[in-house]
Design a protein around this ligand. Structure first.
Ligand code: SAH
Ligand code: DHB
Ligand code: MG
Length: 229
C-alpha cells in the first residue's frame, strides 16, 4: 500500500468534508443513550485532567466496548499495558467482577499515583495491581494466562507487547490493540510498531484478528482485536 494512502499527522481533524465536531457530537449522544453507566467513571477522567495527565484515555464508548469484550469473553484476569490515570483500567476492573483481577503496567510513577488514587476511590482498589516501570521490565515477571490483554502504551513497542501477550495467553484469550490507525502512515518507530503488530495479527496462524477504524470524540483512529486459537 502506498504510504500516502494511509493517515498521516493532522488526519484526526478532518477527513474529506466530515468534521470531527460532528463525530464528537454523535459520540456524546451515543454515550448518553447507550452507555450512561460511564458517568460513574467520570471522576477518574476529572482526576486525570486535574493531575495534568494527557487527555488520551479511551473515550467513554470505547471504555464500555472494552468492558463488553471482557464480559463476552468471560474474562477474570486481565492484563493492561499503559494505565495513564486508570480510566480504561476501571472499565476492565468493572468487567472482571469482585473475584477478578487486573494487572496494569505504567511507566510514569506520577500517572500510576493518580491511577492508584482514582481506582481506590472508585472501589476497584483491591482488584487492580499497578506495576510501575517500563512494561518490558515487568512483563517477564508476570504469570499467565490472562483472559484479555489490552495494549495501549508506547506504540513503538507494540510488536514486543503483542509477542508477550501471546506468550501470556491461552486458547480463547482476547488481545486488543488501541490506536492502530491514526499514525499508520508515518515513518516513525511508532508507526513501525503499529504495522508490525498488525502484520502479526494477520499472519500468525494462532491469531484470529480484525481491525476497525473509529471516529468520535478522539478523532479518527482504530482498534484491532484478536483471539488466540
Ligand atoms: N489505557 C489508558 C491510556 C494509556 S495512555 C486509558 O485508555 O485510560 C499510554 C500510557 O502508557 C501513558 O500513561 C504512558 O505513560 C504509558 N507508557 C508509555 N511508555 C510506556 C512503557 N514503556 N511502559 C509502560 N507504560 C508506558
Ligand atoms: C494518543 C491517544 C491514545 O489513545 C494513546 O494511547 C496514545 C496517544 C493521542 O491522541 O496522542
Ligand atoms: Mg490509546
Amino acid at each position: 500500500m502506498p504510504a500516502d494512502a494511509l493517515p498521516a499527522r493532522g488526519a484526526r481533524r478532518t477527513v474529506g468534508t466530515m468534521s470531527s465536531e460532528k463525530w464528537a457530537e454523535v459520540d456524546t449522544y451515543l454515550e448518553a443513550t447507550v452507555a450512561p453507566d460511564g458517568a460513574d467513571l467520570e471522576p477518574i477522567r476529572a482526576a486525570q485532567a486535574a493531575g495534568g495527565l494527557p487527555d488520551i484515555a479511551v473515550s467513554p464508548t470505547q471504555g464500555k466496548f472494552l468492558y463488553l469484550l471482557a464480559r463476552i469473553a468471560g474474562a477474570r484476569r486481565i492484563l493492561e499495558i499503559g494505565t495513564l490515570g486508570g480510566y480504561s483500567t476501571a472499565w476492565l476492573a468493572r468487567a472482571v467482577g469482585p473475584d477478578g483481577a487486573v494487572v496494569t503496567l505504567e511507566y510514569d510513577p506520577r500517572h500510576a499515583e493518580v491511577a492508584r488514587a482514582s481506582l481506590d476511590e472508585a472501589g476497584f482498589g483491591a482488584l487492580v495491581e499497578i506495576r510501575v516501570g517500563p512494561a518490558v521490565d515487568s512483563l517477564p515477571f508476570l504469570d499467565g494466562p490472562f483472559d484479555l490483554v489490552f495494549i495501549d502504551a508506547d506504540k513503538a513497542n507494540n510488536r514486543v507487547y503483542l509477542d508477550w501477550a501471546v506468550r501470556l495467553s491461552r486458547p480463547g484469550t482476547v488481545i486488543v490493540l488501541d490506536n492502530v490507525v491514526r499514525r499508520l502512515g508515518e515513518s516513525s518507530p511508532e508507526a513501525e510498531g503499529i504495522r508490525s503488530a498488525l502484520e502479526r495479527f494477520g499472519t500468525d496462524p494462532r491469531l484470529d484478528a480484525t481491525a476497525l477504524q473509529t471516529v468520535g470524540v478522539k478523532g479518527w483512529d482504530g482498534l484491532a482485536v484478536a483471539q488466540v486459537r
